[in-house]
Write a protein that binds this ligand. Structure first.
Ligand code: ADP
Ligand code: 5GP
Length: 191
């Protein structure tokens, strides 16, 4: 399959811990599409094993603010309340599209809305859990968050789930194989 024409932006949102990263890794490996992950910038500290420039561009608050003021972000927000910024770099997205890639943004729903305003044909997907207990288990199971961070992430998750209906495409990440197939079918329908 060579679905190279008209590369699109794929915007993937959903609560922290729902399995977006896990799902995307499978989709990247199995879709056969020229997908490119947009590496966001953030002021959060790297987790063990996270590499600067691969998982995120890790910036200080000052560095982030300088880029924000210079208009380098397509969108940026303090995702879990005040204090920690995340943003999509305009240049990363533009270069990816020019190179013929389908650029994937894994961003929160506020970011998704902003991107849709600027790229009306962006494809928005929302990944949801079967229920909130499953989400809590996954976040706990991943073991990356402090108690305070977990509390904030769950509060944000509940808010985000209320806005799932705004998304054109929704996928319940219960059985991973099924979710992967649904995701790939959605991309194929956009060629
Ligand atoms: P996110 O990127 O949305 O924050 P992750 O991809 O880090 O979420 O997944 C959170 C945890 O849930 C990980 O431990 C992952 O292995 C697990 N997980 C993801 N998808 C599934 C699934 N369909 N079934 C069971 N566990 C899953
Ligand atoms: P984490 O800290 O677990 O890596 O990411 C937490 C959440 O931040 C993700 O679920 C994702 O929705 C959001 N996020 C990551 N990068 C960006 C970004 O560039 N912009 C926005 N708006 N949200 C982002």
């Amino acid at each position: 399959m060579e679905p190279k024409m008209q590369p699109k932006l794929l915007v993937v949102s959903g609560p922290s811990g729902v399995g977006k990263g896990t799902l995307l890794r499978r989709v990247f490996a199995e879709s056969g599409f020229p997908l490119m992950m947009s590496v966001s910038a953030t002021t959060r500290k790297p987790r063990l094993g996270e590499i600067n420039g691969v998982h995120y561009q890790f910036l200080s608050a000052e560095e982030f603010e300088t880029k924000r003021k210079a208009g380098e972000f397509l969108e940026c927000f303090e995702v879990f309340g005040k204090g920690t910024w995340y943003g999509t770099l305009r240049r990363t997205v533009e270069e990816g599209l020019v190179a013929g890639n389908w650029v994937v943004l894994e961003i929160d729903i506020k970011g998704a809305r902003t991107v849709k305003e600027q790229f009306p044909d962006a494809v928005l997907l929302f990944i949801e859990p079967k229920n909130i207990d499953v989400l809590k288990e996954r976040l706990l199971g991943r073991g990356t968050e402090t108690e305070e961070a977990m509390r904030r992430r769950l509060a944000t998750a509940l808010e985000e789930l209320e806005h799932a209906h705004e998304f054109e495409h929704r996928i319940v990440n219960d059985d991973l194989d099924i979710a992967v197939r649904q995701f790939i079918d959605i991309i194929k329908s956009k060629v």
